[in-house]
Design a protein around this ligand. Structure first.
Ligand code: URA
Length: 441
């Protein structure tokens, strides 16, 4: 078999066999196929697409590139949750402890920030001492005893994805449904959970820009999950503006704590309720969403959800004093208010631009080697639908480097669309896709 023939076949819209896909993935993963040929292969896939059989073969080949975690040593139903990535998306920090407080086992492997989107591990590491480095034994012990542990993706788990993703990132081949589905589902299946709830983001700050594409991505991922014996549901949610008000690592930890105490922003609270409720439903704890939501609200009001968060942070070495008093979390030395230059209703807050502004401030990485400024970020004082007067604050920005503030301020001002008329507000949740079919809200 030759990679040249495989590239040519896909370029000419041919259907690849399982053997051809296995050959391409295995030989790129082991370094035999060079980046330039695999980049051409990815671009051929980007334009000609993969069908269902090819996408399943791709996912299997990626899983086979590394180890598969066996979670059978953990008692009870293990439910995993994954977001396709967004701006201000701190749902895992809230949903994880909340669902664990309800009695579901969360054995989760998370990632770091990618491009303009943040990552769960970076956010948690803004708490002093918190670490995802632990032995497999410790990981299992924490899940069994506390109900939750969050680890980092290991080098042995789907190594093909690490290499392929890095190449996709620099060859403009990220936004392809089969490639995204294969990347996410290979990691989810290899991580060993019994059931999977996916939060598929749609909008300017997401990889899928239209609801039609997001539902299709959800459908493909559900098909892969179910085909591999894992009950899977995808919730399609809005990412046309950042989620909640805080963007940046310690700022997002503070907002997550507020939400776990029942005092968070409404959009973040509602989304966490939706995702968490589906996790309880797939675990078979309740028959309908109303009962599941009532249970979750009770766990927040009683303080059990926040107590679980503290227990989880402590078990992974985090300083609980910073959780009890969030003024002790890393804070940026310099701040600036971004003042509106116009008066009117906010129609749009370009989530991608806001994500980029947070990277400029130091909350994300400009290069692989960059060090995160944990206190850096943005707090949005106004969201879509709000009215603003000229000179009022749209957002407050934070950075340890004062010279970064001006550039970020300009990006944020350009992200806001302000008009005299009232805007049409996008739904927060568009619907779900599961083996039972599509439900639109
Ligand atoms: N997240 C992933 O892990 N992979 C993708 O391809 C896109 C988002």
């Amino acid at each position: 078999m030759r990679i040249n023939d495989i590239i040519l076949k896909k370029r000419n819209d041919g259907k690849l066999s399982k053997e051809e896909i296995d050959f391409a993935i295995a030989n790129f993963s082991n370094g035999t196929i060079p980046d330039y040929q695999f980049a051409a292969f990815l671009m051929a896939i980007y334009f000609q697409k993969l069908d269902k059989d090819e996408t399943i073969a791709l996912t299997r080949a990626m899983i086979n590139s590394g180890n598969v975690i066996d979670l059978s040593g953990i008692k009870g139903v293990k439910v995993d949750k994954h977001s396709t990535g967004g701006v201000g998306d701190k749902t895992s920090l809230i949903v994880g402890p909340l669902v664990a407080a309800a009695g579901i086992k969360i054995a989760k492997l998370s990632g770091r920030g990618l491009g303009h989107t943040g990552g769960t591990i970076d956010k948690l590491e803004s708490i002093s001492g918190f670490s995802v480095e632990m032995t497999e034994q410790q990981f299992f012990k924490n899940v069994n005893e506390i109900g939750i542990a969050i680890g980092g993706q290991t080098a042995e788990l789907v190594p093909a994805d690490k290499k392929i993703y890095a190449l996709r990132d620099v060859t403009c081949t990220v936004e392809n449904i089969s490639l995204i589905a294969g990347s996410i589902m290979s990691k989810k299946i290899a991580s060993g959970a019994d059931k999977i709830v996916l939060d598929v983001k749609v909008g300017d700050g997401a990889f899928m820009n239209t609801p039609k594409d997001a539902f299709e991505l959800g459908r493909v991922m559900v098909e892969i999950g179910e085909g591999m014996g894992r009950e899977t549901i995808a919730v399609i949610t809005d990412m046309n503006q950042p989620l909640g008000n805080a963007i940046g690592n310690s700022l997002e930890v503070i907002e997550s704590i507020e939400t776990l105490k029942g005092k968070g922003p409404k959009d973040l609270h509602d989304l966490c309720m939706e995702v968490s409720a589906h996790m309880l439903l797939v675990a078979g704890m309740f028959k309908n969403k109303t009962e599941a939501v009532a249970c979750l609200e009770k766990l927040i009001q009683s303080g059990e959800a926040f107590a679980k968060f503290k227990q989880f942070i402590q078990a992974q070495g985090g300083d609980v004093k910073q959780i009890e008093d969030t003024t002790k979390l890393p804070a940026a030395k310099h701040t600036m208010e971004v003042l509106s230059t116009q008066e009117g209703y906010i129609h749009n807050i370009g989530a991608r631009k806001i994500g980029l502004a947070s990277v400029v401030l130091g909350a994300g990485r400009e290069t692989k080697e960059s060090k995160i400024d944990f206190g850096a970020g943005i707090y949005l004082n106004k969201k879509v639908g709000d009215y603003i007067k000229k000179g009022e604050s749209l957002a407050k920005i934070y950075s340890s480097q004062s010279e970064k503030l001006k550039g970020a301020q300009e990006i944020i001002l350009s992200a806001y669309t302000i008009l005299p008329t009232q805007p049409k507000i996008n739904p927060l949740i568009y619907g779900t896709v599961s083996k039972a079919g599509v439900v639109t809200y």
